[in-house]
Ligand binder design. Structure first.
Ligand SMILES: Nc1ncnc2c1ncn2[C@@H]1O[C@H](COP(=O)(O)OP(=O)(O)OP(=O)(O)O)[C@@H](O)[C@H]1O
Length: 230
């Protein structure tokens, strides 16, 4: 039996109020692969990610996640797809460790305590385990949001500009963690402005543009970001 790709987009047009924000997007993301969405501010990368996560219905085209039309309400979708968007979506009254533990348990993770301890360590949050989010720095809060993605069960990880507000060491650790994710058979879809993250982690990129959205190889995507020709 052929396993369906974690993400398949065909001529997908996304936008708001009937107005598309970018040219239609088509790409396939295979298991064990990583695709970067690149493009200028406001080009539509986050909007495409929202369509993949089932948070926005495309105006046209087909979005399939794990071989089916996307449905964010289905238990299967929530078990298989972990998304970290660019918003401060944490529980303000829970400590860092409680937030991660609740997220893991809510998704039925076995051995949640061990998983949380590992991820706290990995994201440099162990010494803040008992802190409330409001007492963290903005970079530490970003780490918490990313960490919450990594305590979830998943075969597809969707990240919106994960490099934001991370220091160099954490950014490098994230790149290594994403390569591990791929090596373990997971698929990664990310929007980014970081050329190194594209070159180090991804095996394909999609340049999201106003008149053309096209698949390019990671080195070309990194060059376009570096030369600001997005
Ligand atoms: N909820 C919304 N309602 C209406 N327009 C929106 C909404 N969210 C985003 N937009 C608009 O859609 C366009 C694409 O936004 P989007 O956030 O997808 O871009 P992006 O490529 O992720 O940008 P950035 O690199 O700045 O994060 C922008 O012009 C933005 O103003």
């Amino acid at each position: 039996m052929v396993t369906p790709p974690p993400v398949l987009l065909r001529d997908v047009s996304v936008g708001y109020g009937g107005e598309p924000v970018c040219a239609p997007v088509s790409f396939e993301l295979a298991a064990g692969g990583a695709v970067a969405l690149v493009g200028a501010n406001g080009s539509g990368k986050s909007t495409v990610l929202r369509a993949v996560l089932g948070l926005l219905v495309p105006a046209a085209g087909t979005v399939e996640v794990l071989g089916r039309p996307v449905d964010e309400r289905s238990a299967r979708h929530r078990r298989e797809v972990a998304g970290v968007l660019d918003d401060d979506a944490y529980f303000p009254a829970l400590t860092v460790a409680e937030h991660l533990y609740l997220t893991a348990r809510g998704h039925g993770v076995l051995g949640a305590h061990d998983v949380v301890a590992e991820v706290l360590d990995e994201f440099g949050l162990a010494e803040h385990a008992r802190a409330l989010p409001v007492t963290l720095s903005s970079g530490q809060r970003r780490r918490l949001l990313l960490a919450a993605g990594f305590v979830r069960p998943r075969s597809l990880l969707v990240l919106d500009e994960p490099e934001q507000r991370l220091d160099r060491r954490m950014r490098d650790r994230l790149a290594a963690r994403l390569r591990d994710e791929r090596a373990a058979g997971g698929a990664v879809l990310l929007a980014t402005h970081d050329p190194e993250l594209v070159a180090e982690v991804c095996d394909a990129a999609v340049h999201v543009g106003e008149t053309v959205s096209e698949v390019v190889d990671p080195d070309e995507a990194a060059r376009r970001i570096g030369r600001a020709v997005l």
